[in-house]
Ligand binder design. Structure first.
Ligand SMILES: NC(=O)c1ccc[n+]([C@@H]2O[C@H](COP(=O)([O-])OP(=O)(O)OC[C@H]3O[C@@H](n4cnc5c(N)ncnc54)[C@H](O)[C@@H]3O)[C@@H](O)[C@H]2O)c1
Length: 340
């Protein structure tokens, strides 16, 4: 059985990617610090024969080096990160530590391991947020980086480090810049699972400002397939945008979600009403990717239409109510990101 390392494999995208790779019969080693954002629910798979969870902070250079040396993976998918923009506004330090220093440690391990002839491919997972506000059109891979939040700045910093290691040390790596993901196992501080959870629990639906901010949405299964395609076919040293082309204003997304829930016969309680709340400081108005490169050069394309994916996501949260029930409410109910 061939080994693959996933860092951050207990997070939202990581959990889905681990499932995807296990199904493909790889032996998956998940390196995760198990922060508040990691999901214990998914850890149920830990008894699988082709899966191993190692609790580790990717900042632990010696341990990281030894694990990679021992397991000699074909590829490392780097998803370990602090990811919530509002938290990055309240406390940027952890974002710098994990997203920049952690990536640096990983790169250093890979640089040193090259000398021992261990050269796994690195698929580094970044975001569309590094391009900043896209008022018009869509950003391609040559668009300049203009991050607005400490989160996106830390992701941009990590991307620059990866690119410098590719050029200077000939590291075997590719970068994916993906749009907003949705689907199973997403922590309920993020927009879609938060709204689903509030609908289920007869709570208000808080929407920042007037809900006019626009995001591009992709189902996490499509993202996982894109990441695997990048491992198989991504050209060393290149970045690839991974988008669906489906943009929605936040307000329209929440209305759509309400409609989907109603159509499924889910009871919408009296308190479940859209409530406009104070905007996030520095809130980017719009992200939109031009993903022609991955579509044309690697022949990947997203398969899940938004309406269908959204309905299936609601069904997943209905069937897996314990996923959110198991998370301490204090970890996701409090409004964050307003401290200045
Ligand atoms: N969710 C999205 O919509 C989206 C979109 C584009 C890109 N991304 C990127 O994809 C990656 C994964 O995102 P996600 O939404 O799954 O995140 P998440 O917050 O759900 O999960 C992150 C995981 O990383 C782990 N982690 C955090 N710090 C760590 C450390 N120092 N060492 C080891 N593990 C650590 C956490 O315990 C958690 O399990 C991130 O790099 C993010 O920037 C996410």
């Amino acid at each position: 059985m061939k080994n693959i390392i996933v860092t951050g494999g207990s997070g939202f995208i990581g959990s889905n990617l681990v499932n995807y790779l296990i199904k493909k019969r790889y032996f998956v080693i998940n390196l995760d610090k198990l922060t508040y954002a990691s999901n214990k629910y998914h850890n149920k798979i830990r008894n699988k024969r082709n899966y191993k969870l190692i609790k580790i902070d990717i900042n632990n250079k010696n341990k990281l080096f030894k694990i990679i040396k021992r397991h000699k993976p074909l590829v490392i998918f780097n998803l370990a990160a602090e990811t919530h923009v509002d938290r990055s506004i309240d406390g940027p330090e952890n974002f710098i530590k994990t997203n920049i220093n952690g990536t640096f440690n990983l790169l250093e391990s890979l640089r040193l391991l090259q000398k021992k002839n261990i050269r796994p491919k690195l698929v580094h997972i970044s975001t569309d947020e590094v391009y900043g506000d896209i008022k018009n059109g869509r950003s391609d891979e040559f668009y300049q980086y203009q991050p607005s939040s400490p989160y996106s700045a830390s992701k941009a910093g990590a991307d620059h480090l990866v690119k410098s290691y590719i050029r200077t040390y000939k590291l075997n790596a590719v970068i994916s810049n993906c749009c907003n993901n949705y689907g199973p196992y997403q922590f309920p501080e993020k927009l879609i699972p938060k709204m689903i959870s509030n609908i289920f629990n007869n709570k208000e639906l808080p929407v920042y400002a007037k809900g006019q901010n626009s995001r591009e949405w992709i189902h996490v299964f499509d993202h996982c397939e894109a990441l695997f395609t990048l491992y198989l076919k991504g050209k060393n040293g290149e970045s690839y945008n991974v988008g669906s082309g489906t943009n929605l204003k936040n307000i329209d997304l929440v209305k759509k979600l309400l409609k989907v829930c109603k159509s499924m016969g889910i009871r919408i309680g009296k308190k479940t009403k859209i409530k406009f709340v104070k905007d996030r400081p520095g809130h980017d108005f719009r992200y939109a990717l031009n993903s022609k490169k991955i579509l044309k050069k690697l022949k990947w394309k997203p398969k899940i239409y938004f309406e269908k994916g959204l309905k299936e996501t609601v069904i997943w949260y209905l069937k897996n109510k314990n996923f959110i029930k198991n998370i301490p409410r204090a970890n996701y109910l409090k409004r964050l990101g307003l401290k200045l």
